[in-house]
Design a protein around this ligand. Sequence first.
Ligand code: 13P
Length: 290
Amino acid sequence: MKTLRQYIKEADEKGVAIGHFNISNLEALHGIYNAARKLNLPIIIGVSEGEEEFVGREEVVALVRAIRNRDNYPIFLNADHHYFFESVKAALDAGYDAAIIDAVMLPLEENIALTKKCVDYARELSKKENRDILIEAEIGFIGTSSKILDKMPEGVSEATMTSTEDAKHFVEATGIDLLAPSVGNVHGMVKGGNPRLHPERVKAIREAVGIPLVLHGGSGSMNEDFVACIKAGIDIVHINTEIRVAYRDAVKKALIENPDEVAPYKILKPAILAIETVVEARLKLFNNIK
Ligand code: 13P
């Protein structure tokens, strides 16, 4: 099977993006995989530190690997937004394909030092275990929570977007494989509507850094903005809140409609279908499938 790095390169060449979807339970994994499989597209499953703590670090590796091996399918696992070297190391040691060291709240030079430490470790482990582990990092603040927001998170503004100069310096100093910039994107769904994305900034950063870019905070963004950003150099798009909302709404409806039902596999089946529907629509958009 091709490596995640190769799939990202292919997406870049084709002008499409790989979908990255977060899970915190088995229903979400099934819903996401069903959609990817239907469209025959590579897929990345993400777990943040909180999601990982809930699912289990080794458990989530086993789940994703079981699908990959059984179906010989390009499904990959990413340690999404890990804040410490120790948590990145633990995820990589457990068998994750990639990790994001999120040190965006630190001053730039401290972010660089911590990111570099993760890159060095990933290279060492890749060599030792004959793997090709990818390290991603983020610069420019885009908020922190995959939830419904009453208003824009404190500290996210035009001023906190990633500059081409910082991006270039950061990538050269750390040697990361993937960069997550701030280009108008925000984690979570803002009640009054998410801000517009800035494809021209994506293009300028992509040209300056020469490595694949990842768009975080995808939930709630406009379809035309996604398309423009993918065209401008985004190779992976992250979606989480939209899946959480689909799950919550489907479970709520199932419980109201069937108050006497106690079998989890019956209560939760509509949640799998709801997630599958969201993911399928997003994957079609990201891959220019009508
Ligand atoms: P959203 O919850 O806004 O889709 O962001 C997801 C994300 O970027 C996870 O890394």
